[in-house]
Design a protein around this ligand. Sequence first.
Ligand code: ATP
Ligand code: MG
Length: 409
Amino acid sequence: MRIYKVGGAVRDRLLGKPVTDIDWVVVGATTEEMLAKGFRPVGADFPVFLHPKSGEEYALARTERKSGRGYGGFTFHASPEVTLEEDLIRRDLTINAMAEDDQQNLTDPYHGQRDLEARLLRHVSPAFAEDPLRVLRVARFAARYATLGFTVAPETLALMRQLSESGELEALTPERSWKEISRALLEDQPQVFVEVLRACGALKVLMPEVDALFGVPQPPAHHPEIDTGVHTLSVLQQAALHKQPLTVRWACLLHDLGKGLTPEDEWPRHIAHEFKGLKLIKAVNERFKVPRDCQELALLVGEYHTHGHRALELKPSTLLELLQSFDIYRRPQRFEEFIAACEMDARGRKGLEERSYPQADYLRGAATAARSVAVQPLLEKGFKGPELGEEIKRERLKALKAYKEATSV
Ligand code: ATP
Ligand code: MG
């Protein structure tokens, strides 16, 4: 049996990038031999094993054939006769289809190294079109390597467009899609992921609500970039620049969906877009079975981001309602993430990337003021039940009025 490093580990070593996880391919072996060496099988009918010590993935060289829609529709053929070249040809991109033995001898039948140098994401073979997930994977790699100058090869983009138009993307499970989307959003240039999906027509299928934002104008006084889609991409870019977590990035992507619903005769104004967008945000959340913390923040940011921008003008009672909606007493981190998303929204505008955002500290100060109301003295005064709740609210309102007076000049 011969063992090779494959995929990301080879690619990233050649790029001079740190290698985190290593995938291995085993040529000339049977399942029985692997088990005899102590490898643990990963799945029942999948020829993949975990190394007894390192826990790294070892896959038997295999060929694949498409036998139905979606990812389940694959038949695998793994046997000791399958060659390394045959295994590599079923992979998505040429830069992911190189193998390396323990002497660092490269096997590169599909010219991955040439494409690394040319900074091209290029599919290995027409079989690329057999798994629609590859559309998302290529967009994700484009986001990851954009800083290095990588682009999608035109013929690969054409295949991605074909896949998007064929209806195959709809066969993807929410779980597989979300895994790619979430990883892509956490890359350095997540806006490139969205751009590539849009360029091949996949955005229209996966997130028509986001696709619809392109071509929708906003008032130039607040939005020098004018286009809502362009704004959304800039907000996402700011979120990455500021190293925001996934929750914030997801909220950034969806915060303005309501603007896609504005009737054209109301352009460039978007009255009540915050509220109108909620059902769209909910639909996208559910489509990909998005984790609860991401879902929640996206909805809250969608509804309240303009409150964030107007924080300094809000009446104490409105400010209190905002803080209550966020349950800042039990969920302090979520409110911080809301503030961060608002700030990214404010900076994700042409020429305003470096602006200051005094609303952030103002909101933090307001939260501190509201939290400073102690419950114990009210209990001692004999308040209980709903009356206690009302009294706490009154005290918090008082605290916010004092805060507003103290901070206004
Ligand atoms: P990462 O750094 O994100 O782990 P990777 O290239 O190692 O990148 P993996 O998802 O770990 O990506 O997959 C390992 C290898 O398996 C890929 O490099 C590629 O050759 C192949 N591969 C994975 N998923 C697919 C797919 N859906 N279609 C074709 N080939 C795939
Ligand atoms: Mg990997």
